[in-house]
Design a protein around this ligand. Sequence first.
Ligand SMILES: C[S@@+](CC[C@H](N)C(=O)[O-])C[C@H]1O[C@@H](n2cnc3c(N)ncnc32)[C@H](O)[C@@H]1O
Length: 241
Amino acid sequence: MPPELLPAAQALFGERLDRAIAYADLLATDGVVRGLIGPHEAPRIWARHLLNCAAVTELIPPRASVVDVGSGAGLPGIVLAVARPDLTVTLVEPLARRTAFLAEVVTALDLERTVTVVRARAEECVGRSPADIVTARAVAPLDRLTGWCLPLAALGGRLLALKGESAADEVAEHRDAIGRLGGATPVVRRCGVGLIDPPTTVVEIVRERAVGPARSKSSRGRVAGLHRTVTSRAGERGGAK
Ligand SMILES: C[S@@+](CC[C@H](N)C(=O)[O-])C[C@H]1O[C@@H](n2cnc3c(N)ncnc32)[C@H](O)[C@@H]1O
């Protein structure tokens, strides 16, 4: 870790910093070798990935249930689980190669008690117990993301979409669609102000009303609810990418 980032890392991970370091090592080694994270990301894993994601914990209340949609190599879901052992985190990721890595990370970091890995698309998870918080980073444009994620949140629960510089433009473009999908007016928040530079930009959308879930082509014709490819805790090894 670059030494100048140590104070932020200590503030965000506290006594779990050793696990955060172990996760950063896994991303920079196995994660790169297995093509889950680009080789150019290795030197900036702390600034762009771990700290950027950990800053979002300030928007998550104590003991919340969190569903992270499109976790990839575990961002932000694994980071949230490391920083906040009080959270119950479900990682939703459709690609077997990624859920295999996620399951290995969960074991290596001793997170089995609080983290579940589910191999599925978000649209296939409607009907699971609704979450307090749904997170997503770099998964889809805001309107599509809202259609996938809001049905996974409890009424009054929230989608936290990590969006970067595009956040305000995306909100302006998709405000009406978000309303039609049952979301309240989106609010752009900045997390980690004074701690990380730049702060993390998050679009926060409260699920105000229940409307029917968005359904992708691949989920049409399936019974809404838990799809049979969903795996629990151990994730899934092998299989197609
Ligand atoms: C660009 S990656 C981002 C991964 C991670 N969130 C990050 O920030 O590094 C997008 C991820 O979303 C997943 N994804 C795409 N469509 C999805 C869907 N409908 N439901 C759940 N995950 C999806 C992909 O498999 C991929 O792992």
